[in-house]
Design a protein. Structure first.
Length: 312
């Protein structure tokens, strides 16, 4: 099979959607820079085509580290024709809790700033070759705020607006900027959800649809497409009714650090492994406060190692 993309850079390559994207690109014959923090997972992917892959483990919010990664990859392979900013973290948030402010800060660093630091080193080179695709993986959660999920919704909503701005800036320069809004994907993260997940999609199917949409020049891609229509219909409801419906749903658990760590490291360790140099750490997910009579799911314990492995 001829490769649609010959040279790709992928952050969040450690699992879930990221691993599915990596396997699909490698299977199509592309050279792939695999960016994440779970070395065993990255090396397993690279072993599929060692002559075409390289493993990088920077913090996506570290501008200097991301520029060094980009310089090394372009020195090896030249300017990529595809860059996917897939790294992301998720978790509950409560504005009344002081420790959660560190969670919000880190989520914005990874989910929003991380996309810009991923794209920045490649924009001038893409302009010079007058081709390329920049893909930001946002979320349906960025379309409208949800109770108990303010940090994630804000980070993904900000990412959507950033991508809109970048698309306008690069229009006419033969560089496609695509915004991807997944709904629910079947990953280790969503396996613990205690609420309905309409349109639940397999990561492999999502990866194929994403790459096909980008190859066709689509600037907005919803996975699966039908979940986008459902979200749009819900957004037509009056605010009071919309909020009342969402308040009745279980929330994502908040995160707190273990006794010997900080709230900031708790945020970074969950799903991303950015905290504490990506070492194995236990982060305890605590129950949010539920309205009277609402069902509560059990506490969950997560030993998070992978960099940007899971996505919901």
């Amino acid at each position: 099979m001829a490769a649609t993309f010959q040279n790709a850079v992928l952050t969040g390559a450690c699992g879930g959607l990221g691993q599915a994207l990596a396997r699909e690109l490698i299977g199509q014959g592309a050279a792939v820079a695999l960016v994440g923090l779970n070395r065993p997972a990255l090396e397993t992917l690279a072993a599929l085509a060692p002559e075409r892959c390289a493993v990088y483990m920077p913090d996506v919010a570290d501008t200097t580290a991301m520029q060094a990664m980009a310089a090394d990859w372009m020195g090896r392979r030249g300017t990529p024709d595809l860059v996917i900013a897939n790294a992301g973290v998720a978790g509950g948030f409560d504005t009344a809790e002081a420790d959660d402010l560190a969670v919000l800060r880190r989520m914005l660093e990874i989910n929003l700033l991380g996309a810009a630091t991923t794209f920045q080193p490649f924009v001038k080179a893409m302009r010079a070759q007058r081709r390329g695709a920049l893909v930001g993986v946002a979320s349906i959660a960025g379309w409208r705020g949800m109770p108990g999920n303010g940090a994630y919704c804000a980070s993904k909503g900000g990412l959507i607006r950033y991508l809109e701005s970048l698309r306008a800036e690069l229009r006419g320069e033969s560089i496609v900027v695509s915004t991807v809004s997944p709904g629910y994907l079947r990953t280790a993260l969503t396996a613990g959800n205690r609420f309905s997940m309409p349109g639940l999609m397999e990561p492999d199917a999502a990866a194929r649809a994403l790459l096909a949409g980008v190859a066709q020049g689509h600037t907005h891609i919803v996975l699966p497409a039908r979940i986008g229509w459902l979200a749009r219909l819900l957004n037509l409801l009056p605010d009071a009714l919309h909020d009342r419906l969402l308040l009745g749903q279980p929330r994502k658990p908040r995160q707190i650090a273990s006794a010997n760590s900080t709230a900031a490291n708790a945020a970074s360790a969950h799903k991303t492994g950015h905290g504490n140099n990506g070492s194995n750490r236990i982060v305890r997910f605590i129950r949010p406060t539920f309205p009277a009579g609402q069902a509560r799911g059990p506490d969950r314990i997560c030993n998070c190692q992978s960099a940007h492995a899971l996505r919901c």
